[in-house]
Design a protein around this ligand. Structure first.
Ligand SMILES: Cc1ncc(COP(=O)(O)O)c(C=O)c1O
Length: 396
């Protein structure tokens, strides 16, 4: 067999998100694209801001020596400086360009950071439900993802996290605003997390790093605060991208910022630079680096997503669905009527509505709606949500 048994196994249990997206392609071919309501993929349909288009045109039109050439693996120094200014503002800690490494999206940044800090057999603790690519990213670098439950309202359960920390724990990985729940962890919870990590690290006799995966940081509603993790815990590494906040997922542009106060900060940065190269990314895309440097701090119009969220939430609530209103990102994570997420997802699919079962985020019994789609599709889906809910026994 040409394909390794490990990869074969992973192919068979491939991501539920991708699986549902592919099921959507089959349904689209059978019934016509306009009949299918696909909420499976977090692929934003909101156009990047006008200012991004202008910035990109400026870069493309400019004469710059070696514009398309190799560059330092960390990225252009001007871009790193602009990113550092913005990270300093968001995180409440002075971050210099030398602490920033440009990456191929948040995924690339996470892989470079994990490869840098993990020894074989090290563990990374995360919270259920979570973006399950984390398991592969940690495994890629010889580590193991260890999962802890969250609270019923999807806030971090600090005691549960603490119970998962042991001598092999290298890092805790948090994602706020969260995919799939839309939860934003409040400052008080993050302070508790910081205190717990300090305690646990001293017990374990090693530094435990806090990795914050923040691609949804700018997509927040009702003036919710996303506290800066760097100001709360010194040994922190923030990873993010412009996949969601500027609607550029196909352009693979993001960055990693290492807290200057972190243990071994300089060597971690150097490690991330090296790993960016040897993982084969080499460096983040050149044109995108130059374009996003001009618009740090900017995001798509969040009001567009807020309106979609409100429309969806009020319709689902009136149908009897149970969920916590998301505070950020563009996902809703309701309980599956009837309790079995697979049966429910199947019932919805029969109505040509596609969502992802909760088990795709390690939490069966729920399902995820990605509402980063046209409002007309959201409105068209309500009949299907109503029918599937009735089929499985809930009513308004
Ligand atoms: C929580 C989370 N982290 C990371 C990523 C990967 O982002 P990127 O496309 O920037 O690699 C995603 C993408 O959906 C995500 O939801």
């Amino acid at each position: 067999m040409a394909v390794s048994s490990k990869i074969l196994g992973m192919m068979e249990t491939s991501s539920w998100i991708r699986r549902m997206f592919e099921a959507g392609n089959v349904l689209r071919a059978q019934h016509g694209a306009d009949k299918v309501c696909d909420f499976s993929l977090g692929n934003p349909d909101v156009e990047p801001p006008q200012r991004f288009q202008e910035a990109l045109r400026e870069v493309v039109g400019a004469t710059i020596p070696l514009k398309h050439g190799y560059m330092p693996n960390a990225g252009y120094s001007e871009t790193r400086a602009k990113v550092a200014e913005n990270v300093s503002r968001e995180q409440g800690v002075r971050v210099e360009a030398s602490h920033v490494v440009m990456s191929c999206g948040a995924s690339g940044g996470l892989n470079s950071a994990l490869k840098t800090i993990l020894n074989p057999g090290d563990e990374v603790v995360a919270t259920i439900p979570c973006f399950m690519e984390y398991a592969s990213y940690v495994d890629n670098h010889g580590g193991k993802l260890v999962l802890a439950p969250s609270k019923p309202d999807f806030d971090l359960d600090i005691a549960a996290l603490e119970s998962r920390i042991g001598p092999r724990t290298a890092a805790v990985l948090v994602n706020s605003p969260n995919n799939p729940t839309g939860r934003i962890y409040p400052r008080s919870t993050l302070q508790e997390l910081s205190d717990m990590l300090t305690r646990a690290a001293s017990k374990a006799g090693r530094t435990i790093y806090l990795l914050a995966d923040e691609p949804y940081r700018k997509l927040v509603y009702d003036r919710a605060e996303v506290p800066g993790i760097m100001s709360l815990y010194p040994h922190s590494i923030v990873v993010t991208s412009h996949s969601k906040d500027l609607s550029l997922p196909g352009e693979r542009i993001g960055h990693v910022a290492v807290n200057p106060l972190a243990e071994d900060a300089k060597r971690i940065v150097d490690g991330i630079v090296l790993c960016t190269r040897i993982l084969g990314y080499v460096n983040a895309p050149a044109l995108m680096q130059r374009a996003v440097a001009k618009i740090q701090g900017l995001s798509v119009d969040v009001e567009i997503y807020r309106k979609k969220r409100d429309l969806f939430c009020s319709a689902l609530r009136s149908m009897g669905y149970q969920f916590t209103t998301p505070q950020g990102a563009f996902y809703i994570f309701p309980r599956a009527p009837g309790g079995d997420d697979l049966s429910f997802v199947q019932a919805l699919q029969e109505e040509l509505v596609l969502v992802v079962p909760g088990r795709g985020f390690s939490l069966p019994g729920y399902f995820r709606i990605a509402y980063c789609v046209d409002t007309a599709i959201i409105e068209r889906s309500f009949v299907g949500f109503e029918k599937a809910a009735r089929k499985l026994g809930i009513s308004p």
